[in-house]
Design a protein around this ligand. Structure first.
Ligand code: NAP
Ligand code: ZN
Ligand code: ZN
Length: 351
């Protein structure tokens, strides 16, 4: 075991603070990673504040991890010391259920091992995430980071990127398709960039009128302010695909009304429960579905797609000492469009 510095929340109402943790020595199939950057996902905030009711404290959040291979176990073939790598929302799974065999490990029948706020396969060792300087992960759950991608801008791809890439691909975002993105935050801004790179016509639907120009700069073709009832009415029945990334309770029926016949609304944001009327689906035979991050194979495909198309997150890099202010700003929607922690700030503080 090696002790390393990290930042943890000790309860839903306490700020994150320095907390030393232990990482295992790499086993034969493990990779030890020096963490360079870690993105701050709204799921970190939901879980630190215990908004989903299954938080384990102390909690070291962080599942948008990029770094460099620092050591490899004796049987590791695919990675070498010095390689640029990434780790996303899970670090293990049962490896034998149907979903694991299909490469959809996020739906593992025995439960994926979350990168943090979970337990290792032994069911008792807590997992700690990327707000730390080092992580040890089985090689099958490590992503290869294309050299072309700037590291701090690649970190958010490990969650925000794959969470939007996967449903956009599955539901055919591409030329001739009208795609709407609800909520222009970390996930939303990646959805805009990815859907544009796939060739779709993209509209941002935001409850923040002030995000119009930002949406245009990200490449969106159109912007709709969701408080503008007339504008929404005009666009009723127009979209093929809507990706809902909103983190707060809102009206799903209003979103469904924007879909054309057989159109699809994909929920990826995880707000508190919101009402749904059957008529919203029955009329125009609309589809409602959800999507959960993506498997390892698809996450690698997404990283390679981003490298090939020059897609990366727009980030504000912060030292870890500012993480609590970043949470407050994220809660107020004051982020453009992802906070990313530079872990050098943590290394230096403990040198
Ligand atoms: P974020 O950066 O905070 O963005 C959320 C966006 O939601 C905001 O930018 C805002 O966009 C909109 N919003 C916030 N409060 C709102 C309100 N009161 N009314 C209407 N819209 C509001 O969060 P994120 O990191 O993108 O995460 C978004 C959600 O996805 C979270 O619930 C997160 O837990 C979830 N998530 C799910 C998965 C998955 O696999 N399904 C993976 C990662 C994250 P506008 O100002 O443009 O309206
Ligand atoms: Zn996330
Ligand atoms: Zn499994």
């Amino acid at each position: 075991m090696t002790q390393i510095p990290a930042y943890a929340a000790h309860g839903p109402k306490t700020p994150l603070a320095p907390f030393p943790i232990e990482r295992r020595e790499p086993g034969p199939h493990d990779i030890a990673i020096d963490i360079a950057f870690c993105g701050i996902c709204h799921s970190d905030l939901h879980q630190v504040r215990d908004e989903w009711g299954r938080s384990i404290f102390p909690m070291v959040p962080g599942h948008e991890i990029v770094g460099t291979v620092q050591a490899t176990g004796g049987s590791v073939q695919r990675f070498r010391v010095g390689d640029g790598v990434g780790v996303g929302c899970f670090v293990d799974s049962c490896r034998h259920c149907e979903s694991c065999r299909d490469g959809e490990e996020q739906f593992c029948a025995e439960g994926m091992t979350l990168t943090y706020n979970g337990y290792e396969r032994d069911g008792k060792t807590p997992t700690y995430g990327g707000y730390s300087t080092r992580i040890v992960v089985n090689e099958n759950y490590v992503l290869r980071l294309p050299d072309k991608l700037p590291r701090e801008r690649a970190a958010p791809l490990l969650c925000a990127g794959i969470t939007t890439y996967s449903p956009l691909r599955r539901h055919g975002a591409g030329p001739g398709r009208r795609v709407g993105v609800l909520g222009l935050g970390g996930l939303g801004h990646m959805a805009v960039k990815l859907a544009k790179a796939m060739g779709a016509h993209v509209t941002v639907l935001s409850h923040s009128a002030g995000k119009r120009e930002g949406a245009r700069m990200l490449g969106a073709d159109h912007f709709l302010h969701t408080a503008d009832a007339d504008a929404l009415k005009k666009h009723s029945g127009q979209f093929d695909l809507l990706l809902d990334t909103v983190s707060a309770a809102h009206d799903y029926n209003a979103a469904l009304d924007l879909l054309r016949r057989d159109g699809t609304l994909v929920l990826v944001g995880v707000p508190p429960p919101s009402p749904l009327a059957a008529g919203s689906l029955i009329m125009k035979r609309r589809h409602l579905t959800g999507s959960l991050i993506g498997g390892i194979r698809e996450t690698q495909e997404m990283l390679d797609f981003c490298a090939a198309h020059g897609v990366a997150a727009d980030v504000e890099v912060i030292p870890i000492q500012k993480v609590n202010q970043a949470y407050d700003r994220m809660e107020r929607g004051d982020v453009h469009y992802r906070f990313v922690i530079d872990l050098e700030s943590l290394r230096q503080a403990f040198r």
